[in-house]
Design a protein around this ligand. Structure first.
Ligand SMILES: [Zn+2]
Length: 292
């Protein structure tokens, strides 16, 4: 089980969320057979989605992060519910690159830097609220920070990391998002910047010491108070009804063509791979507005 810690300090002028969720990213790796660098790319995006999703107010709200930087992995998508449970996929899950000169996984290279990060919040209104920014580095955390600062004008800092073992399994995955309320002093902002600059490598902290130590390092000297701990996990919410609705939205002509093949149509959930089968007569029933 992964978890999110919600933390405040400095008379609630600072809000910090810390996530640790190696199992969540390991589940994504297992389902999609992700390469090590793809595990880090999709993993970081899922961790970011979880942190932002967990902060949403409405129980049925969902948040989607999508990056496409023109790199070998193609588009990467992560969706969170309002608790922070996430699902995700990448266009090319097996794409990989050699590690960088400093020994780190080349996430920026795999994602690419020529494109956008799009954040879509579905709050149950007629249209989702959508914002996007140009990618800064394709390393995900920097791009997310840029989105929060530019689009939502919240002073923010974010760090996300995935540690992949030699056998490709996920040893640690997590991160933090720190946000300051409007009016926070320059001194406070500088203190947090210094703390982040000085902190140990994020995945090492999580792997060796746990999320409380991450809280202590980001908010060193600022008397952090942990308000809540909430469990988060990989979760896909696909169902036969949802897949049927998606099929229906392809239009009458497509449904007729699929039915005319005389064979069952197989549809796999792009997030979890689960297969749904529709018989020709069921497709025709969908076409005429029926349920299957
Ligand atoms: Zn699914």
């Amino acid at each position: 089980m992964g978890e999110i810690l919600r933390v405040v300090s400095a008379q609630e002028q600072i809000r910090l969320s810390v996530i640790t969720a190696a199992d969540m990213v390991e589940e994504a790796r297992r389902i999609h057979d992700l390469s090590p660098t793809a595990s880090a790319a999709l993993g970081r995006l899922m961790l970011g989605a979880s942190l932002l999703g967990n902060a949403m107010k409405g129980e049925k709200d969902t948040l989607t992060l999508r990056v496409n930087g023109g790199g070998p992995i193609g588009s990467v998508v992560a969706v969170s519910d309002s608790k922070g449970n996430v699902r995700g996929y990448a266009d090319e899950p097996r794409a990989d690159l050699p590690t960088r000169a400093d020994g780190k996984l080349d996430v920026g290279g795999l994602v690419g830097r020529n494109g956008t990060l799009t954040v879509s919040r579905d709050l149950g209104l007629r249209e989702p609220y959508i914002g996007s920014v140009e990618l800064v580095s394709g390393e995900i955390a920097e791009d997310l920070t840029s989105y929060l600062v530019e689009s939502e004008q919240i002073p923010s800092a974010c760090g996300l990391g995935v540690l992949v073992g030699k056998d490709r399994r996920i040893l640690a995955a997590g991160g933090f998002l720190v946000q300051l309320l409007p009016g926070a002093s320059e001194e406070l902002i500088r203190k947090i910047e210094d703390n982040i600059f000085m902190m140990d490598q994020l995945t090492t902290i999580l792997h060796e010491d746990g999320p409380e130590e991450l809280v202590n390092q980001v908010l060193r000297g600022l008397q952090p108070e942990i308000l809540a701990r909430e469990e988060v996990a990989w979760r896909c919410c696909c169902s036969r009804d949802r897949v049927a609705a998606a099929l229906k939205s392809t239009g009458e002509e497509t449904l007729q063509e699929l039915a005319d093949t005389g064979k069952p149509t197989e549809v796999n959930c792009q997030f979890c791979g689960k297969q749904y089968v529709f018989l020709p007569e069921e497709l025709l029933s969908l076409k005429t507005g029926g349920r299957v």
